[in-house]
Write a protein that binds this ligand. Sequence first.
Ligand SMILES: [Zn+2]
Length: 264
Amino acid sequence: MPEGDSLHRAAQRLQVLVGERVEVETPHPRAAVKGLAGRLDGRRLEQVEAVGKNLLLHFEGGLVLRSHLRMKGRWRLERRGTVARPEDRGRFQRPPGTGKPWLVLRGAEHEAVLWNGAVLELVGLRGAPRLGPDILGEPPDYETMLARLRADPEREVGDALLDQRLVAGIGNLWKAEGLWEARVSPWRRLEEVDDSELRAVLEAAHMLMRTSVEGPRPARHVYRRAGRICPRCGGIVHSASQGANARTAYWCPGCQVGGNAPPS
Ligand SMILES: [Zn+2]
């Protein structure tokens, strides 16, 4: 699943189109029915930003297009003409098994292509106000994140960190690694985690994700390492399903103690 840092990479690549009037096409049938091309074609692209796991494309006239990649969505930046125009229908270059692109934004020299779009909608002037503060903000708004996380004290911290209404941008990977860095068990309830610990988790997630945006991904210590040795304490990394969405938590019971962890 694309994480917030992948979205920031995409936003960086798409900056070359900012300031241009873009041709807009929606070749995929599920995108075409939204009527986006007619409303956006020929408008100037004013800003591209990643907010949490959303890419927000601001067009002149106050129109904001929200793209959420879900599990398989990908943005690619190509030279203009890489994706065939509608008159050459059926001859799109594409990754295998993906069908037609959802969205093509074509500038003078480049075109941005969205494959496997998942979520694509006009959200108006203000973007996505229901999202919590972006973990990749510079600086992140930790105070608001803490306030939102405190709203449900009985919730387990590993579950709450994935709620995009509380903190935007943390996926399962950086959740697991941030908790490990801060030595906090995902199974502790928020009321059992003090502000300095919670802030340390958020700061670790921010640092790891920021590093990943700017270069190669940092090494993993627990994520998808169940059964292997914890590099800090020599314990065995565990995994278990957590929360209403049954996301897999990874943690080391040796150095991330406490909480209502399932028995091993
Ligand atoms: Zn450990």
